[in-house]
Design a binder for this molecule. Structure first.
Ligand SMILES: Nc1ncnc2c1ncn2[C@@H]1O[C@H](COP(=O)(O)OP(=O)(O)OP(=O)(O)O)[C@@H](O)[C@H]1O
Length: 363
């Protein structure tokens, strides 16, 4: 008798656990003031670059210092690679830290700076590891120089090499690009991201620069007054902000009230389409690039009206033009292509080209 072939057992692919899990972290420095970090939870996946983004004083650095172990949390737990590291001192956590000012030893050479965290290794082994990491950051030829004899970008890479050398499971970067000038910041950022990806090390970047967070991170969390307001990929958070704060913090936006009826809403800009269905009073976010301008019609539009405003200001930026438009009692920001022909005082029609995102409900 022929036996039925049995189906091969399907291999269950278990998702890899996150490299870092932070659960309900809180920290208060002063009993008379609210906590600086309040019930913060997030994960960083293996090899993922995560950013904590928020305005000055919102608690980003404190969160990072709690993860590093430089501060002790009042509440909450931190797991690294499945292990609860909450009670451990910084040196036992297996986490690298790159400080804002790099904190390099000025009297030590590049080689000695990188070797500093490798005191547990012996002579040859230690030398080999330092040279390997210097090779990775492209600084082998500078190994005998002192930090003061290097450019800002090179010092930054020494700091990164020193943090990477002991083979940490996670690297924490506290505003690491802020002291570099604009051109160097962009290229150093790209290099550091490529290095982290090449080494497969997970990282948390702390920054108040939204463009930096959007371009550097795989995922980011927007922080406000000690709490995480929204977490997601740069695209999710930019295109689908859930609160007015997130919408405004991630680039410029227009916040417009409306009355939603399903897929559309009635607004001072006319009837506009929504990204998600909603009902009743809503606050909507429309990015400046989602609006455009046209010359007023000599006659009224098909629905008998046109949304007309006046150009208040025009800012030419080479790759685009940004306008401020007075529309009734409201001011709008509109981004247009560089050929756009309007100037202050011109009457213009405001057209909505994108769907609006609901960032608030109720009045
Ligand atoms: N050791 C400390 N003792 C008392 N207050 C502190 C301490 N460290 C930070 N704070 C306060 O906690 C708040 C958050 O500081 P934190 O440095 O975490 O913010 P941040 O978001 O990183 O800001 P920035 O971008 O300016 O560095 C600030 O009001 C700060 O003054």
């Amino acid at each position: 008798m022929k036996t039925q072939p049995t189906a091969p057992p399907t291999a269950r692919i278990e998702p890899e656990p996150p490299i870092l899990r932070v659960e309900g972290l809180s920290k208060r420095f002063h009993p008379d003031f609210p906590p600086v970090v309040q019930n913060v939870s997030f994960t960083v996946e293996q090899g993922e670059v995560f950013a904590l983004l928020g305005p000055s004083g919102c608690g980003k650095t404190t969160t990072l210092r709690l993860v590093a172990g430089f501060e002790q949390a009042d509440q909450g737990q931190i797991w690294l690679d499945g292990q609860d590291i909450t009670p451990k001192p910084p040196e036992e956590r297996g986490i690298g830290f790159v400080f804002q000012d790099y904190a390099l030893f000025p009297h030590l050479s590049v080689f000695q700076n990188v070797a500093f965290g490798l005191r547990h290794l012996r002579g040859k082994e230690r030398e080999a590891r330092v040279m390997e990491v210097l090779g990775l950051v492209g600084l082998t030829v500078f190994k005998d120089r002192k930090p003061g004899e290097l450019s800002g970008g090179q010092q930054q890479r020494v700091a990164l090499a020193r943090a990477i050398a002991p083979g940490p499971k996670l690297i924490l970067l506290d505003e690491p690009f802020s002291s570099l000038d604009a051109a160097l910041r962009q290229s150093t950022r790209d290099e550091v991201r490529a290095l982290l990806k090449q080494a497969g090390i997970g990282a948390i970047l702390v920054t108040h620069d939204q463009e930096e967070a959007l371009s550097f991170a795989d995922r980011l969390a927007v922080m406000r007054s000690g709490q995480l307001e929204q977490t997601g990929t740069p695209e999710e958070v930019y295109h689908h902000p859930r609160t007015p704060f997130v919408a405004q913090f991630l680039g410029r936006t227009n916040l417009i009230p409306g009355e939603a009826r399903g897929q559309e809403a009635e607004t001072p800009l006319g009837r506009i389409m929504l990204v998600e269905e909603a009902q009743g009073a809503v606050l909507l976010s429309l990015r400046p690039e989602g609006l455009s301008l046209a010359a007023p019609l000599g006659h009224l539009g098909i629905d008998g009206k046109q949304i007309e405003g006046t150009v208040l200001a025009r800012e030419f930026k080479g790759h685009d033009v940004t306008y401020r438009i007075q529309l009734g009692s409201r001011e709008l920001i509109v981004q247009e292509s560089p050929e756009s022909p309007f100037y202050p005082g011109d009457k213009v029609r405001v057209l909505v080209r994108a769907r609006a995102v609901v960032v608030g409900r109720g009045r």
